[in-house]
Ligand binder design. Structure first.
Ligand code: TXA
Ligand code: MG
Length: 313
């Protein structure tokens, strides 16, 4: 039975007890809900892969609760340190050379790097106070390949029965996953556009490159088909066709089933995106209006492109 408990000092304590005992807990973050396990516990980490149906070649992000803990697990270049100082706690994941053997190998997909993130979340401080420093590994708490969850109900819909507990703290404020940067010395590669717009890194990174999307599973997280509803997705749609639902953005004359942001605000659109895709996922095709590619629009368009990609099944 999966218990859903409101975010509180008591539910945080229960979460720590479950994590220490090798169980799985879904936790709200500023981006999306994650499915947490003790990163040092092989069996618990394997349970994450089983619960999500996630391919074992897709590595997990280690989440720490205090930015200072990163040095225990990865090699931190001056650029990485600067990004941590500016953006942590917050929705930035850094992929760095791994230096620790304390993280379960099951989480690492055989890579010599580790993705690290320090989320901005109420429970993180509470966990530290309870003497639990983690790290925890925490992928988004959805079935593998499906749309990420931004409410406790989404987690229950995807993973109910297979996990021990969900902490419910309402809707996630960003609604889209963390930005993932791989740092190689003073060079950064954008592996996943996310909740921090790429433009925000310009003052700090002189050599910022974009990773190429690929169908090869050896490039984790860059799978073309991902973040998918069951329905087909038609992008840049300017009209609604029969048997379609229409997902609008900004003021429009098209008879819409949902508008990501009536006023055309990209942060609001990011927050609503996954809820809207789930809510409209009862039709053959979801038609989606064009969305600007600047700022958070880059991450939104990235997810939509993957949602529209041929699943190959
Ligand atoms: O916002 C987030 O990052 C959420 C919340 C729960 O923290 N987590 C999340 O995790 O989105 P997940 O597992 O759904 O996505 C993590 C992405 C995957 O695409 C994975 O392939 C990539 O990060 N990744 C993890 N470790 C990596 C590594 N060592 N090298 C390259 N990519 C890595
Ligand atoms: Mg995910």
């Amino acid at each position: 039975m999966t218990r859903v408990l409101k975010s509180s000092a008591d539910s945080f304590k229960r979460a720590v007890d479950i994590l220490r005992a090798g169980g799985l807990v879904a936790l709200p973050t500023e981006t999306v809900y994650g499915l947490a396990a003790d990163a040092a516990n092989d069996d618990a980490v394997k349970k994450i892969y089983a619960a999500k149906g996630r391919p074992t070649h897709n590595p997990l992000i280690a989440h720490i609760f205090d930015p200072k803990d990163a040095e225990k697990f990865v090699d931190i270049s001056p650029l990485a340190q600067q990004l941590m100082d500016v953006f942590w706690p917050g929705p930035l994941t850094l992929v760095l050379p791994k230096t620790s053997e304390d993280i379960s190998l099951a989480a690492g997909a055989g890579l010599d790097t580790l993705a690290v993130r320090c989320p901005k979340a109420k429970w993180a401080k509470a966990f530290l106070k309870l003497g639990f420093r983690g790290p925890i590994v925490m992928p988004s708490a959805n079935r593998s390949g499906h749309v990420s969850p931004t409410t406790a109900q989404h987690v229950l819909d995807d993973l109910g029965k297979t996990i021990d507990m969900i902490i419910d703290d309402g809707e996630c404020p960003n609604g889209i996953e963390s930005t993932v940067l791989k740092i190689e010395g003073d060079k950064a590669i954008l592996l996943r556009p996310g909740a921090i717009p790429t433009e925000d890194f310009i003052p700090y990174i002189s050599d910022l490159r974009l990773a190429k999307t690929t169908a090869q599973p050896s490039a984790p997280g860059m799978l073309q088909s991902h973040y998918s509803p069951n329905a087909s997705v038609r992008l840049n749609a300017l009209e609604k066709r029969p048997y379609e639902s229409y997902l609008a953005f900004g003021p429009t004359d098209v008879k819409s089933d949902f508008n990501l942001s009536l006023k055309g605000d990209l942060a609001e659109a990011a927050r609503n995106l996954y809820s809207a895709l789930r809510a409209l996922d009862t039709v053959d095709t979801i038609a989606i209006a064009p969305i600007p590619r600047t700022g958070l629009g880059a991450a939104i368009n990235d997810r939509l492109k993957r949602a529209a990609a041929d699943k190959g099944t």
